[in-house]
Each structure stands twice: as C-alpha cells, then as structure tokens.
Ligand binder design. Structure first.
Ligand SMILES: *[C@@H]1O[C@H](CO)[C@@H](O)[C@H](O)[C@H]1NC(C)=O
Ligand SMILES: *[C@@H]1O[C@H](CO)[C@@H](O)[C@H](O)[C@H]1NC(C)=O
Ligand SMILES: *[C@@H]1O[C@H](CO)[C@@H](O)[C@H](O)[C@H]1NC(C)=O
Ligand SMILES: *[C@@H]1O[C@H](CO)[C@@H](O)[C@H](O)[C@H]1NC(C)=O
Ligand SMILES: *[C@@H]1O[C@H](CO)[C@@H](O)[C@H](O)[C@H]1NC(C)=O
Length: 320
C-alpha cells in the first residue's frame, strides 16, 4: 500500500503500522472510529411489521445518544499481544435501568499480518486494516420484538461521501449463506475502505442459526455532526471534510433476534488503501471442481466413447 491518493490520509509514502492504526482508533473511538462515528443506538418495535425489508424496520423508540454514554477506562482493556482494546459503555442517564446489567461495547483490533479472525463472518484482513466489533449484551429491550440499529457518521472526501459498493459472491465457507460484501470506498483509487458482510449474530458463537440480516440505508451528507476535535483525527482527515451518515439495522421481526439471548454483535473491517480481495476458498474450489467436473468428465467420456466407436466402425468398414 502506498498511502495512495494520500494527502487526505496523511500517511506520506509508507503504510501505517498496526500500532499507529490502533492508536488512531483509540484516540478517536468511540466518537470517531477511524472516522466512523456511531452516534446513536437505535431501537425499533417490529411487532407489527411483516415486511422484512421495511425502512425503518418498525416504530422507533427514542434513540440512545452515544455522546451521553459513560465509557470504561480503555487502558484497562488494552491488550498489546492481540493489538486490541474494548470500549464498554452505558447511558449515563438510565431511568428505566435498561442497561443495569448490560452494555454496548466497541472492540477494536489492529492486525500485524493478513489472515482471518476466528469468529464469523471471518473477513479477510491485511496488515493495513483494523476490525471494529460492536456488541450489545445484557441490556433490556423496550419491547418484545425490538430490533436494534446504529447511526454511523463517517468522514467524506471533500464535499463527496465515500461511494457505497455491493459485491456479490457465491456461497462462502467463511460466511455461510451470505452472498454479499458491502463496502465504502474513499476516492476512485481507493485510499481507504470500510467493508462488512451484511450479517449480525444473536449469539456469541456466531453460528449460522443465529445470523441476522443487516441493512444499510443510503449514505447522505449530514450537517448534524462535526468532526471530532482530536488532533490525530484532524491530521488524518484534514479539517475541511464534511460528514456523511447512514443507518445500519440488524435483524427482522421474523427472528432470530436480540430477544433470543439479549445479545447482538456485528463487525466491520476498516483500512487504508484498496480493500483486500477475497479469493475462492480451497473448499469452494473443490466443490466447484467436483460440481463442474463430474458432468464435464461425463461429457468428455461420452465424446471419447463416440469417437472410439466411430473410429472402430470406420476401421470395420475399411476392413470390409
Ligand atoms: C399492532 O397491531 C395491533 C392490531 O392491529 C394493535 O392492537 C397493536 O396496538 C399494534 N401494536 C403496535 C406496537 O403498534
Ligand atoms: C485509566 O487507567 C490508567 C491506569 O489504569 C490511569 O493511569 C489513567 O489515569 C486512567 N484514565 C482515566 C481517564 O481515568
Ligand atoms: C440485573 O441482574 C440482577 C442479578 O442477576 C437481577 O436481580 C436484576 O433483576 C437485573 N436487572 C435488570 C434490570 O434486568
Ligand atoms: C410482551 O409479551 C408479553 C407476553 O407475551 C405480554 O404480556 C407483554 O404485554 C408484551 N410486551 C410488550 C411491550 O409488547
Ligand atoms: C436513522 O434512523 C433514525 C430513526 O429512524 C432517524 O431519526 C435518522 O435520521 C436516521 N439517520 C440517517 C442518517 O438516515
């Protein structure tokens, strides 16, 4: 990676180290995770919604503003071995005690080499990327069928918002039954990216039976928020950038959902330069070879039989 297109990103000519990425996240999160600012935790009552793609996915409850959360001391969760740290917070004012036993957590992790995390959706990461995992655990929802969402604000490029792309793929052993990868790209030759599989999980293990669809609304410029004052954020994005916002919502009224175990998690990958390109896994290649190969071999075999048969009969003819 070359700090491509790079003034705005301010890396000069070398890629940032994982440590620098991590300190960037730590100095800015949770109010500006690498330019991502999740500003509101949304909650919707989906009781009477039958259309899974409805927008909004139900009647909205008053949102929780993340600016009004109190957060743990990040120093206590900083783990240099895994280059990770967790922000855990709950609303400062919580008259209904919804967060008495619960919290919203942002775990950030930088990577020193490429690979895949152990937990689904196991997106391929490079040394130039970080993962942000959001989890909501133990908080009481306000309805029996509450769907949660996040409003995310992100830094644009000059006057433009980053471009949103959907990539479609065949089934993947790393994220079974998820055929899509959502991306935000900064600049035509991407100088930065965010990507995620549109899937969240209602259980810690993140199995297939606990996977929830994740929907993203279109990205719009917003004047509602301003860039965090952190010097490192200003250095990274410049002070002239505008902000863009979109909503992510997790789950559908038909379930599974947060109500199963009062648990929800979702993750995304953020990075500098062009996003990593996932290739087909060996298992999928094997399956494809088998699926395409068997009829292919049969055709080939059939053709050979025909050829041989033809040859033999023409030999017979010449003998005759
Ligand atoms: C759902 O619909 C039923 C019947 O139409 C109504 O009685 C109930 O109040 C509605 N609930 C909500 C949360 O809108
Ligand atoms: C966080 O904890 C560290 C040590 O555990 C301490 O030095 C630091 O002052 C604390 N920060 C805040 C904001 O309380
Ligand atoms: C929190 O947990 C305690 C102990 O498990 C329980 O007694 C209490 O009712 C819980 N509070 C809420 C609001 O869920
Ligand atoms: C939740 O479900 C219970 C039992 O099914 C019902 O008594 C209660 O009124 C429901 N609460 C809401 C907020 O819909
Ligand atoms: C996100 O959803 C909430 C509740 O429906 C709405 O008030 C807010 O304007 C939405 N934000 C964006 C950026 O669409």
């Amino acid at each position: 990676m070359c700090g491509c297109g790079g003034l705005r990103w301010g890396w000069g000519h070398s890629a940032p180290s994982p440590m620098l990425l991590l300190s960037l996240l730590l100095s800015s999160a949770p109010f500006g995770l690498l330019g991502e600012e999740t500003r509101q935790l949304l909650e919707f009552d989906s009781t009477n919604v039958s259309d899974a793609a409805a927008e909004p996915p139900g009647r909205p409850y008053p949102p929780y503003l993340l600016a009004e959360f109190s957060w743990n001391n990040i120093t206590d969760t900083l783990d240099l071995a895994t280059l990770s740290a967790t922000f855990q917070g709950h609303p400062t004012w919580d008259p209904t005690k919804a967060f008495a036993n619960g919290s919203l957590a942002f775990r950030v992790q930088a990577f020193s080499r490429s690979g895949r995390p152990a937990r689904p959706p196991r997106l391929l990461h490079t040394a130039d990327s970080c993962q942000l995992e959001v989890s909501l655990a133990g908080a009481s929802s306000r309805g029996n069928r509450s769907l949660f969402g996040l409003e995310v604000a992100t830094v644009g490029q000059g006057l433009d918002c980053p471009s949103a792309r959907e990539q479609h793929s065949i089934d993947d052993e790393y994220a079974p039954a998820v055929f899509q990868l959502d991306q935000l790209l900064w600049g035509p030759v991407p100088s930065g990216f965010v990507q995620w599989r549109p899937v969240a999980f209602s259980q810690k293990q993140g199995g297939r039976d606990s996977s929830l669809p994740c929907q993203a609304s279109p990205l719009h410029p917003t004047l509602a928020y301003s860039l965090p004052k952190s010097p490192i954020i200003r250095a990274f994005f410049g002070s002239q950038s505008n902000l863009c916002a979109f909503n992510l919502t997790f789950g559908a009224s038909t379930g599974p959902g947060y109500w199963d175990q009062n648990y929800l998690s979702w993750s995304m990958l953020l990075g500098v330069g062009a996003p990593p390109v996932d290739t087909l896994s060996p298992l999928i290649l094997g399956i494809m070879a088998a699926a395409l190969g068997a009829p292919g071999l049969m055709l080939l075999g059939g053709a050979l039989v025909l050829l041989l048969h033809h040859k033999r009969s023409s030999e017979y003819q010449s003998i005759n």
